[in-house]
Design a protein around this ligand. Sequence first.
Ligand SMILES: Nc1nc2c(ncn2[C@@H]2O[C@H](COP(=O)(O)OP(=O)(O)OP(=O)(O)O)[C@@H](O)[C@H]2O)c(=O)[nH]1
Length: 397
Amino acid sequence: MGWFTKKKKGETTEEELQEVQTQETVAEAEEVETEKEISEVPSETVDTEIPAEIPADEPGEAPAPQKKGFFARLKEGLTKTRNSISDSFNNLFKASELDDDFYDELEETLVMSDMGYETTERIVEDLKARVKEEHIKEAQACRDLVINIIRDQMQVDETAYDFENKKTVVLVIGVNGVGKTTSIGKLAAQYKARGKKVLMAAADTFRAAAIDQLKTWANRAGVDIIAQNEGADPSAVVYDAVAAAKSRNTDILLIDTAGRLHNKKNLMDELAKMRRIITREYPEANVESLIVLDGTTGQNALEQARQFSSVTEINGIIITKLDGTAKGGIAIAIQSELNVPVKYIGIGEQIDDLQKFDPNSYVNALFADFDMRSDVEILVDENIENIPKDDDLFDMN
Ligand SMILES: Nc1nc2c(ncn2[C@@H]2O[C@H](COP(=O)(O)OP(=O)(O)OP(=O)(O)O)[C@@H](O)[C@H]2O)c(=O)[nH]1
């Protein structure tokens, strides 16, 4: 029995589930019963008009040091993942024969980067088929083939970002602490920098701190926010936000939701209710549901994605905290197993540290030797320079 088969048999999903469970318990303690119907909602909706002007640097201030491009930061962020696999990955292809040992070692290497068993199995099966088809005899010739197979699996459909150019309501879902609020803030700032009219809604009403945190981000991004008090019915917030989005001719409404996995039915009911309100009140809007996953949690993030996708439709994935993780392969596992595209990745706490996912750069940063210049040109948004920077506001948890 090979390494992979042995490992697979002893799969420790218990551990992963326990981790999910811990998050559930924390969330459970915070839960507040919200039975109010929309008609009962008090008219104390907070609608903060915030000046779009972001103060410029003081005259005479020393210029900020030049920030590295996104690809350079991505590569830096994935150093741990790359280090954990690069030796074995490169040595692997020095093997003289394409035998069972070679495939076992390849499997081990891919699983070590948190690519997951199923994804790894798929990659290796694909490789075996291509080796046969192309009559490949040497391990060395498989290196680029493996990288290409992974890259092909990660391709994002051209239409994946169409929602950015339509009237859209983005429902941001995911468990607590994964980076939902932060990602909404970053997206809001970036959409605004592209000339979009953006509105936020604080539909995670379980904690006052979550509402405050979103307000701080709205302030920072220079966009309006619709919020109510802690304990309000999230659907009531959505109702108000949709009304505001329509009357203000908003392009993109970003809704922060509460992630609770302890009770699937509750979660399903709440998300379904929000969707019902959006489609009933705002039929002309496109609804995009994005799940936020913390890349540092590896297989646990995959488990969360599976659980959410079993209760609601997911159109895209945001993977955060890919800076400094040894589990960078998780992006590949999630996309491949859920068949839902990774649309954005987060590699830090700054506004421009969240970017569209680019499979080529990602795979390059993980495995290959690369030419940074070309990738930086592809990745860096020309509007990114217009985005305000203010380090002080990042420490909000
Ligand atoms: N290093 C790093 N930190 C991040 C990234 N994205 C978010 N964070 C941090 O992760 C922490 C949690 O982020 P939040 O946005 O508050 O997460 P949340 O899902 O909204 O959490 P709740 O408000 O508890 O529901 C914050 O300290 C963020 O600054 C990232 O890409 N890299």
